[in-house]
Design a protein around this ligand. Structure first.
Ligand SMILES: [Mg+2]
Length: 214
């Protein structure tokens, strides 16, 4: 290489486009797989769940008349990681419902233990999901098969709710629970949209690097 050519090569090697600031999709998928398969994900969930448990324990000691905790379902109670991995992080309604019918969404173990502990302490548990109302029977079946205790109520998003975000539906549902006299001590979910909109004393956000729901 001549001197001129090597100077040109050095200059060319610094050519840079802003698009290269965007994380590389394949690299991100590898990082996500490592996060789940290394046990790091489950440790993070366990840590958030432990904070919820300590908070509820402290509130129960002070005396609460009708204590309640609200759980989201997907990637809070049931893991969709194996599904996402099997389909290379490309959700479709068809593959999702096949996976569902085959009972292939396993419980997220720390959250399963948490739900069992809370019901043992006579805390009312409510399951509030963005899954649509026609999916009630299969959802109830999956939760029971995973070993979750029966909730006071299972809420699914009405098929007629076409809002861009789940926040209005989920917060309306928590408001309705509190109108029944329950005090929602904690709300736990993997999406910020599970938690925003009020009607819970403490919010517990679980990790989910796989998808975003408004
Ligand atoms: Mg979820």
């Amino acid at each position: 290489m001549t001197l001129l050519a090597s100077i040109l090569a050095a200059v060319l090697s610094t050519v840079y486009a802003h698009g290269s600031d965007i994380p590389n999709l394949d690299t991100v998928k590898t990082e996500i797989n490592t996060y789940y398969q290394s046990g790091h994900y489950e440790r993070d969930v366990s840590n958030v769940d432990a904070h919820l448990k300590s908070y509820v324990d402290a509130r129960l000691k002070q005396g609460v008349r009708k204590p309640a905790v609200v759980f989201d379902i997907d990637d809070t109670m049931l893991s969709s990681y194996a599904y996402e991995r099997a389909y290379n992080f490309a959700y479709t309604e068809r593959t999702w419902s096949q996976w569902e019918r085959a009972d292939r969404f396993p419980p997220i173990e720390p959250t399963l233990q948490l739900a069992r502990y809370l019901t043992g302490q006579h805390v009312a548990v409510f399951y509030v999901t963005g899954r649509r109302e026609p999916g009630r029977a299969i959802t109830q079946h999956e939760l029971t098969a995973a070993g979750y205790p029966m909730p006071i109520a299972l809420y699914l998003r009405p098929a007629s709710d076409t809002a861009a975000s789940v926040i209005p539906y989920k917060s309306r549902t928590r408001a309705a629970i509190e109108r029944q006299g329950y005090d929602i001590l904690a709300s736990i979910g993997d999406q910020w949209s599970d938690l925003r909109g009020g009607y819970a004393d403490q919010l517990y956000k679980l990790p989910n690097p796989m998808y975003y729901l408004p």
